[in-house]
Design a protein around this ligand. Structure first.
Ligand SMILES: N[C@@H](CCC(=O)N[C@@H](CS)C(=O)NCC(=O)O)C(=O)O
Length: 215
């Protein structure tokens, strides 16, 4: 479970003083990429610290955070032994190792990765970015670049096709592919996407939230 938040500058000081030997995640609680990591840690019952890092205030570009993750982004995870891992899907891949969310079958595992890479290249850049611009930057619908909406709808269309007649994206149970893709799909309406026309996706969102204990 998440422990109390400390300031980012704390990372420069003694690790025993600030973090102990505890897994620590730097993340913005409003970010789907960060929430993927939090949800999995909670589901696994792992002891961890969450350091809230406000994307809007530029905290991801602080000297401390850039020293950890030169990409200047969250999530960034500091493991128990002090090593740092960035990229949400790499982090959930590490944490999900050995769980039922990581298919043992090599083909199914590769298909899970297929969805994870697709999420970052063909879904998140449209669905999450439209949401960011609408919900966080306060842009009106007509200010959103039409291409963002077209590509976002194309991503949702692809998911609808994949989930029509299937409960999960890969195999017969939830995997990290479902976890990664639910993060921004469940809040797609905040970006102006109407999930009303996506019944299979809507049912899958509810199923995936239940499977991972997402509230
Ligand atoms: N591909 C990265 C994307 C991370 C990302 O875009 N993080 C955003 C928050 S959702 C961020 O830190 N933005 C701040 C910035 O780029 O300055 C991942 O999956 O972790």
């Amino acid at each position: 479970m998440a422990k109390a938040v400390k300031s980012v500058s704390c990372i420069r000081r003694s690790k025993t003083l600030c973090w102990g030997a505890m897994l620590t995640v730097f993340g913005d609680i409003r970010s789907g990429n960060c929430l993927k990591v939090k949800w999995l840690l909670e589901w696994l019952g792992r002891d961890y610290r969450w350091v809230e890092t406000d994307v809007m205030s530029g905290a991801t570009r602080s000297t401390e955070l850039l020293a950890m993750n030169p990409a200047g982004q969250v999530p960034a995870m500091v493991s128990d032994d002090g090593r740092v891992l960035a990229q949400s899907n790499a982090i959930i891949g590490f944490l999900g190792e050995g769980t039922a969310f990581m298919p043992a079958d090599p083909w199914d595992r590769a298909r899970m990765y297929e969805w994870l890479f697709w999420e970052q290249y063909s879904h998140e850049p449209y669905v999450a970015v439209a949401r960011f611009q609408r919900a966080f930057l306060g842009k009106a619908a007509e200010e959103i670049e039409p291409r963002l909406m077209e590509r976002g709808r194309a991503a949702l269309d692809r998911m609808e096709a994949a989930l029509t007649g299937a409960d999960w994206l890969v195999g017969n149970g939830p995997t990290l592919a479902d976890l990664a893709l639910v993060a921004y799909t469940r809040v797609a309406h905040e970006g102006g996407f109407d999930l009303g026309g996506y019944p299979a996706v809507t049912a899958w969102v509810a199923r995936t939230e239940q499977a991972f204990g997402i509230r």
